[in-house]
Write a protein that binds this ligand. Structure first.
Ligand code: BMA
Length: 344
C-alpha cells in the first residue's frame, strides 16, 4: 500500500446557480506558487460549465470566482462542458474537455496564454457511426470488449449514434517531436500522436480506429477496474517513465464504483506499460466520497507537485472536490516492486 495523506474536501457547491448542484473533476495546473483549479460546475438542470479557483500549494484557498470561465456556446457542447484536463506546452495552455450535446459526449479543446481567457477550437473527436466502428474493430486482434461496447452503443443509440469519447488529455511534452494525446474508446486507454491539431481529420480517426489495437495502452484488468478505465490527469514525467494515474470503474457489491489506480509508461513509447499497480491507490471511503449525485465515485482529472509530494485532486461522488497527497517516491517504488511483478 502506498501511504496516502487525506487532504480533505476542498471545494463544495455554492449558492451560485452555475455551481449549485455539484462541483467535481477538476483540471489542475501549478504556476509558480499558485495552483489553478478549473472544475466542472453543474447547475440544477445538469448543465455543466467550468469554474475557477486558485489555491496555495498547501491547498489553502486563494480565490474562487463567482462565475464560470468557460460556458457552453456551440451546439456540440450545448448541454455542458465537462471534466476538463489541462497541460502547458511551450507558452500555451491546452484544456481538453468533454463537450456534451445532450446525446453524445465528444472531446473538444481550448487554449489560453493567461489562464483567464480561453479560445475554443472545436471538437477533436470524429462523428463516426458505431455501425462503422463495429466493422473497423471486428477484424482487429483486440480485446473483444471493444467490439462488445461498440455494438452495445449501436444497439442502444441506434444507427445515428456516433463515437462517444471522454477522458482525453495531452501529454505535457512532445514525444519524439510529436504531440501525444490519450483518449478513451470503451473500455480502455489509447493514444494518438500528431504534429498539429489540423491533422485530426475524419480520415485520421478512421485510420486510427482501423489500427486501434496498436494504440491501446491499457485495458481493464483487475477486479477494481473491471468494466472500463480512463486516464485521469495528464501523465507526469519521471525519470523512469510517464506516471499515469487513472480511473477504473467496476461493480462493487452490485453498485457502480470508481477508484483511482497508477501505472508507469515508457518515456519514449508510452504505449508500453512498464508497471501497473494491482490494487487501487484509493477507493471511495469517506461518507462524502460515497454519497452524492453519483454514489461511490472518486474520479481524478488533475495533479500537481509540492516539494516531493504529489497532490491528486478528484471529484467525490460527482458532487464535491477532494484532495489526497502522497510521496512521489513511495508511488514510484511501489510501481517498481509490486507493479513490475504484474506487468500491464
Ligand atoms: C464518467 C464521467 C465523469 C463522472 C464519472 C462518474 O463517465 O461522466 O464526469 O464523474 O462518470 O459518474
Amino acid at each position: 500500500m502506498v501511504p496516502i495523506r487525506h487532504e480533505g474536501n476542498i471545494l463544495e457547491p455554492t449558492a451560485n446557480l452555475f455551481e449549485s448542484a455539484s462541483v467535481c473533476n477538476p483540471a489542475v495546473i501549478r504556476v509558480a506558487d499558485t495552483v489553478h483549479v478549473f472544475y466542472r460546475a453543474m447547475d440544477p438542470g445538469d448543465y455543466s460549465s467550468v469554474g475557477h479557483a486558485t489555491f496555495r500549494p498547501d491547498l489553502t484557498l486563494r480565490k474562487r470566482l463567482d462565475h464560470p470561465v468557460i460556458v457552453p456556446e456551440h451546439y456540440w457542447e450545448i448541454h455542458g462542458i465537462e471534466d476538463p484536463r489541462i497541460v502547458a506546452i511551450d507558452d500555451t495552455y491546452y484544456l481538453t474537455y468533454v463537450a456534451y450535446d445532450g446525446k453524445t459526449a465528444k472531446i473538444a479543446y481550448a487554449t489560453s496564454t493567461d489562464l483567464m481567457t480561453f479560445t475554443k477550437h472545436g471538437l477533436i473527436s470524429p462523428a463516426i457511426p458505431y455501425s462503422h466502428i463495429v466493422s473497423l474493430l471486428s477484424p482487429l486482434p483486440i480485446n473483444p470488449e471493444y467490439v462488445r461496447f461498440a455494438q452495445y452503443f449501436l444497439d442502444n443509440g441506434g444507427a445515428t449514434s456516433t463515437l462517444i469519447e471522454k477522458n482525453a488529455m495531452l501529454f505535457p511534452k512532445k514525444i519524439n517531436g510529436k504531440l501525444a494525446m490519450l483518449h478513451r474508446v470503451h473500455p480502455g486507454i489509447q493514444m494518438i500522436l500528431f504534429d498539429d491539431f489540423s491533422q485530426l481529420s475524419h480520415d485520421f480517426w478512421l485510420r486510427h480506429l482501423a489500427e486501434l489495437d496498436q494504440w491501446v495502452i491499457m485495458d481493464p484488468k483487475y477486479p477494481w477496474e473491471g468494466e472500463t478505465i480512463n486516464a485521469g490527469p495528464p501523465p507526469i514525467e519521471t525519470e523512469g517513465g510517464w506516471l499515469l494515474i487513472y480511473n477504473g470503474r467496476s461493480q462493487v457489491a452490485g453498485n457502480l464504483s470508481y477508484a483511482v489506480g497508477a501505472a508507469l509508461l515508457d518515456r519514449d513509447d508510452p504505449t508500453k506499460v512498464l508497471a501497473r499497480l494491482t490494487q487501487p491507490l484509493f477507493v471511495p471511503k469517506e461518507e462524502w466520497e460515497k454519497v452524492g449525485r453519483v454514489n461511490n465515485v472518486v474520479f481524478t482529472t488533475g495533479t500537481y507537485m509540492n516539494g516531493d509530494r504529489l497532490y491528486i485532486l478528484y471529484g467525490a461522488a460527482d458532487t464535491r472536490i477532494g484532495a489526497k497527497s502522497l510521496l512521489l517516491s513511495d508511488l514510484l517504488s511501489a510501481l517498481a516492486t509490486k507493479g513490475s511483478a504484474f506487468r500491464g
